[in-house]
Design a protein around this ligand. Sequence first.
Ligand SMILES: Cc1cc2nc3c(=O)[nH]c(=O)nc-3n(C[C@H](O)[C@H](O)[C@H](O)COP(=O)(O)OP(=O)(O)OC[C@H]3O[C@@H](n4cnc5c(N)ncnc54)[C@H](O)[C@@H]3O)c2cc1C
Length: 298
Amino acid sequence: MAKRGWEGVMMSAYGARDHIVTVTEREEITPHFVRIFMSSETIFTEVNAGPTAWIRGWFPDANGDGFEYQRGYTLSQSNAETGEFAIDFVLHEPAGPASQWAQAAEPGWTFAAQTLGTTKFELPDELPAGYLLVGDAASIPALSAIVATVPEEVPLEVYLELHHETDLDIPFPTHPRLNVHWIPRTGTESLAASIEPRDWSDWKAWLACETASMKPLRVRLRDEFGFPKSEVHAQGYWVEGKSMGRMREEDKAAAEAAKAARAATPRNPSPSHNVKLLLTAPHVARGAPPREAGSLPR
Ligand SMILES: Cc1cc2nc3c(=O)[nH]c(=O)nc-3n(C[C@H](O)[C@H](O)[C@H](O)COP(=O)(O)OP(=O)(O)OC[C@H]3O[C@@H](n4cnc5c(N)ncnc54)[C@H](O)[C@@H]3O)c2cc1C
């Protein structure tokens, strides 16, 4: 059985259950964006099929080190009755375990997925003046689901950070009051700087982009545009130049030690206070700065 390191230890301490997901079909949307259709007999017993719902997939590294690595991916086209859904993967360079897996995945391939901490987008009872949505190719599946959910009378301003010219070919839904702006990334400030100054009173913001681009974005929304914390949902989706949750060698050693300690403990121990704090820290930050990616599950 593949090893999962410290992340795996934490997830099992909280009783996260594996759901087997099987690839049924793949569709190349662009040379850097693939839609993989999948099914699972059990996943919809835990995850709600609503917009922006996501799972934690465990993917093997192509270097064959015997470890699996956890990555977040958004479900789309979910059918809770049949257990079918799709995931859109960005095929980025440099690649990581998940994108390498997606690059090669064929019908019949499987992976394990967990659902701990998954969230979904819900419309409030009182609709906001509009939605400001900010992301990039990795969050297009989530942003598309939001656009499809927001009523026709509510305006939407969407800012997408352009990382690769083929991102422009990724289909995006239509909406009568939708404006989409593609912003070429020239640095970590360019996305934040591109947001048009206007009256953003009573708007809500939903932000899911590269982590270094997120910080100036959140600061600008708060300090220049006056977005209250409560109206901003922010989640770093990936980190430029760094793997999400990839374990360093010492993390692997710590994971092995923690696993051995657990095996030696006679009864189901409660997770330590520290572990609890780490797991309950809001990785979907409402107002708080996006958490640095490290060895923790996102
Ligand atoms: C809640 C949630 C939902 C998500 N949903 C999706 C989704 O539906 N589709 C999707 O494609 N991604 C999604 N992501 C982002 C995805 O989890 C990350 O991109 C992840 O890092 C990919 O893992 P990897 O193993 O391919 O690369 P890693 O091992 O994490 O990273 C390897 C290298 O690739 C770079 N990299 C990682 N992601 C990107 C990227 N998107 N563009 C350019 N370079 C990148 C890193 O900087 C690093 O240098 C989601 C993330 C979260 C937290």
